[in-house]
Ligand binder design. Structure first.
Ligand code: FEO
Length: 401
């Protein structure tokens, strides 16, 4: 069996993007690169499931040519319109112009608006099947996991689920399977991916996993469109998704702050000490020097958010303001928060932070703490107590859960 053959007569023909460091514009820092996974299924009829990002079209075509002449492709299943999976369509279709595209109605609409191509397209819905000979592909619409056009493809004969973006990770490797890589790194990347892309869609994801579970379809391999393929125990990543989608948290606080001259940083460190001395896990980030993608990952399972900023023009500083807008879009639920920061003549940052937390639906656990200019030792002790008080709220929540 060739290394690229993931199941009998099913080949990985994707591309590895070792050097990409920013994804989705600059919304996601991909410190370990990514892959664009495309799968070629050989049978009496030949199907390609998803393609790759446009600049990698020739890499995908080269891999297809190692297996078959691309002219033999009968169908291209398009699980998702986003350009990292459909970008190579115009190039591959030059080599297999008679191939029929298959996808949801929203996929058709999206492809037309992206590429303006006159392509043979068959719209499919949940329950529709494509008979390839010995193998069948069945389709499961998955709108908003994570675009309106999203779809899963399932091959019952191989117990193989091809869910496109769901269960993916931005992780460039020469290996293809979960049992070939470090599991801690793999789960870290899967967590980062969920937190930064799928977090706001938790209720939709819960519903979709429930729907698939009710179908009672056996799954022994999940091959997403980014990163590593799950075959060791696919239930592990499904259960992780269920936990994240249910907003399950651990007793942990994440402190994120921006400081002008260091006073707010001093407050942050003393608050962290108060939380840590209460036996609550704490992570601390200066937003200006930290990776936002990493912070959001840390927040995914944290019960408490502690947000700080110096006051500038009666408001918070601009980098933390942008971060909070991003966090608000993640729609965190069932979290506790509090605010802190130093100020000169008039405060304002803590009030603005609290306003955004409320807008985001995050419960304010206690009144914010402000310090004029540089904190004295006495004021730093108050910060320490502020941290202990917040830790107590997190513990209380845990006991009542
Ligand atoms: Fe990997 Fe939604 O694209």
């Amino acid at each position: 069996m060739a290394k690229s053959e993931i199941k009998k007569d099913i080949f990985w023909v994707g591309a590895v993007d070792w050097n990409v460091r920013n994804f989705h514009g600059h919304t996601y820092s991909t410190s370990r690169g990514t892959t664009y996974n495309s799968y070629l299924i050989l049978d009496e009829k030949i199907a390609l499931v998803d393609t790759v990002y446009g600049p990698f079209a020739q890499e995908m075509i080269r891999r297809i040519k190692e297996v078959i002449d691309p002219a033999k492709i009968d169908y291209i299943v398009v699980n998702h319109v986003e350009t990292d999976h459909s970008g190579a369509l115009p190039e591959i279709l030059k080599l297999c112009p008679k191939a029929r595209l298959m996808g949801t109605a929203k996929c058709r609409e999206g492809l037309e608006k992206h590429y303006y191509g006159k392509w043979d397209f068959q719209t499919v819905k949940t329950g529709d099947k494509l008979n390839l000979g010995k193998k069948t592909l069945s389709f499961i619409e998955a709108p908003m996991v994570h675009w309106p056009d999203s779809m899963f493809t399932y091959c019952p004969q191989e117990k193989l689920l091809l869910p496109n973006d769901a269960f993916g990770q931005h992780y460039a490797t020469a290996e293809r399977f979960d049992d070939e890589v470090d599991n801690a790194v793999l789960m870290e990347e899967a967590t980062k991916y969920y937190a930064n892309i799928l977090w706001p869609l938790g209720s939709i994801i819960l519903g979709k996993i429930g729907e698939v579970q009710k179908m009672n379809i056996p799954i022994d391999m999940i091959a997403p469109s980014h990163g590593i393929i799950w075959r060791r125990d696919p239930a592990e990543i499904i259960n992780a998704y269920l936990s994240w989608a249910k907003n399950q948290t651990v007793p942990k606080a994440v402190i994120v702050y921006e400081t002008m001259w260091g006073a707010t940083a001093k407050m942050a460190e003393r608050i962290a000490q108060g939380i840590s001395d209460s036996n609550i896990q704490v992570k601390l980030f200066d937003i200006v020097v930290s990776d936002r993608t990493e912070i959001i990952k840390e927040m995914l399972n944290a019960k408490g958010f502690v947000i700080g900023s110096s006051t500038h023009d009666n408001d918070m500083l601009p980098t933390i303001a942008a971060f909070l807008e991003f966090l608000k879009g993640s729609k965190p639920r069932e979290r506790l928060a509090c605010a802190f920061g130093s100020y000169g003549w008039a405060g304002g940052a803590t009030k603005e932070i609290e306003g955004i937390m409320k807008e985001a639906g995050i419960e304010l656990a206690q009144a914010g703490i402000g310090v004029k200019y540089t904190p004295s030792e006495e004021e730093l002790n108050l910060c320490y107590e502020f941290g202990k008080e917040f830790a107590g709220k997190i513990l209380q929540e845990k006991l009542s859960a």
